[in-house]
Design a protein around this ligand. Structure first.
Ligand code: SF4
Ligand code: SF4
Length: 292
């Protein structure tokens, strides 16, 4: 876990190399949202000032500033600790419950509702366990990997970037949604106009090209690629729904809205749907293909 004071103290001396990478700042031009200003506010907050506490919620946790920062400062993680988000501990409690089950199970990592078509598609007789993908990625980014401790879970199916990143590579039980989609011929679901691929902000950059290549092999090449933060995370959509919409529009500004958006982020999917985009994750595509 990041020690906030160490991160923030290292950050405040810098002019803000990261500022133009921050989607919240770039979309809204709210000064307090720029990572370096956020670091200053966070330090003041630690010193007892509550004046700008609300500003601490102006971060989606997209990590763009971390990638840009020569020090690799995790301002986002320091800020999240200061928010008092109990995310990690509640995550562990939820995952802990799963470790105690003894029936053969399929763990589906997705915020969508459980759907028996997934089990039918895999051809097994499994108990279905459902975990929010944010839960898994948050624990993953924090250097913990509860999935590895799950007993009784035979397969894991994840519907966003977790399925395609080191988390899956380290977990042999993980079922590739791309293999399922290929066998279902899911390409036909995307229509004649093709699709736009959304690569979410937290995708590790070293996996970007492999992910695009893998998806292109199964769904065909995307007509366009949108990368970055759609503002579906970090508590921002709950605290500042108008800003979340603004940031989503900013990220999607050059996208033809007539095409479906295939996204590797379930939070992005939900926000994009609210904005009127046809938006699908890989699991959505599996469900649709299985129903046809
Ligand atoms: S996060 Fe890094 S790049 Fe951004 S202001 Fe702080 S030290 Fe500078
Ligand atoms: S994590 Fe993203 S939203 Fe938060 S300060 Fe950094 S660049 Fe901005």
């Amino acid at each position: 876990m990041t020690e906030p004071r160490n991160v923030l103290n290292m950050c405040v001396l810098c002019p803000g190399i990261c500022v133009t990478e921050c989607p919240v700042y770039m979309a809204t031009h709210i000064r307090a949202s720029a990572p370096n200003n956020l670091a200053r506010i966070a330090l003041k907050f630690m010193e007892g000032s509550k004046d700008m506490e609300d500003a601490l919620w102006l971060c989606t946790g997209c990590r763009s500033c971390e990638y840009a920062c020569p020090m690799g400062n995790k301002v986002w993680e320091a800020v999240r600790v200061l928010r008092g988000q109990e995310y990690i501990s509640s995550t562990e409690a939820r995952v802990e419950r799963l470790t105690n089950n003894s029936k053969p199970g399929l763990l589906v990592v997705s915020p969508s509702k459980p759907n028996v078509n997934i089990v039918k598609t895999l051809g097994g007789d499994y108990s279905l366990y459902w975990v929010d993908s944010g839960v898994i990625s948050e624990t993953y980014w924090s250097g913990r990997n509860p999935i590895l401790n799950l007993n009784g879970i035979e397969f894991i199916l994840a519907d966003d970037m977790d399925a395609l990143t080191p988390l899956s590579l380290s977990e042999k039980r993980l079922v590739s949604p791309l293999k399922i989609l290929k066998s279902l011929g899911a390409k036909r679901l995307l229509g004649d106009n093709g699709y736009t691929l959304h690569i979410p902000c937290k995708t590790p950059r070293e996996y970007r090209d492999d992910i695009i290549g893998g998806i292109s092999q199964v769904l065909g090449s995307p007509e366009s690629i949108v990368e970055g933060c759609v503002a579906g995370g970090g508590g921002l959509p709950v605290k500042h729904p108008d800003l979340a919409r603004e940031i989503a529009m900013y990220t999607m500004r050059n996208t033809n809205p007539g095409r479906p958006v295939v996204t590797l982020c379930s939070n992005a999917k939900m926000l994009l749907r609210k904005l009127g985009y046809q938006s699908l994750t890989l699991l959505d595509l599996i469900e649709e293909a299985a129903q046809r």
